[in-house]
Design a protein. Structure first.
Length: 198
């Protein structure tokens, strides 16, 4: 896997309230029991979705647990999210630390959209992408009159003609930032992002 995005989730991510639900009986669902094979290569999305559905049906206090391995996942449909969690209550999805990795195989897909729920916790795992959902490179030349620039893409990153960029909805799906190489922050005097023309 090249240039991982590596988003560590060490803090609790919750929808609405984070307070524990009173009287909730713990129920644990291991994704391995639903057929997940965490070997970096085998698609594990269906197994994880099945574990999450079962946990949601079991009610508040349920946990979905991933081992300290790497799970490769894709969304259920052509595009969308890998693990939509809607109208859940008292649900925890957790790994066992930084060695639990979820690798999203579709650069146009999201991972965990949460909505209309409460006390939903996502913790102790890392979300990554392969391939990554962005490109980066060095601006070699600019032509202000033509409104264009020459960009040299760094090794290991997709080019701007990759399908997820070409098919992205404008203007919100196509944008870029200018980063200062020394500070690794948005370059002083430039906007926080540039949208492509409509």
């Amino acid at each position: 896997m090249k240039q991982p995005l590596g988003i560590p989730l060490r803090v609790v991510l919750a929808a609405a309230a984070l307070a524990p639900l009173a009287g909730a009986e713990a129920r644990v669902f291991h994704v391995r029991d639903f057929g997940a094979v965490p070997d970096r290569a085998t698609e594990c999305g269906d197994a994880r979705r099945a574990a999450i559905r079962s946990a949601m049906e079991a009610g508040p206090g349920s946990e979905v647990v991933l081992e300290a391995r790497t799970y490769r996942v894709s969304p259920a449909g052509e595009r969308g999210y890998c693990f939509p969690i809607q109208r859940a209550a008292g649900l925890t999805v957790r790994g066992v630390g930084v060695d639990t990795k979820v690798v999203v195989a579709d650069p146009a897909a999201g991972a965990f959209p949460l909505g209309l729920g409460r006390a939903i916790v996502l913790r102790d795992l890392t979300i990554d992408y392969d391939p990554v959902p962005f490109c980066q490179g060095t601006v070699l030349a600019m032509d202000p009159e033509a409104g264009s620039f020459d960009l040299e893409i760094e090794a290991g990153y997709p080019t701007p003609d990759a399908t997820n960029f070409v098919d992205a909805i404008e203007p919100y799906g196509k944008w870029g930032m200018i980063i200062d190489r020394q500070t690794r922050r948005i370059r002083a005097g430039t906007p926080d992002h540039y949208m492509t023309p409509r």
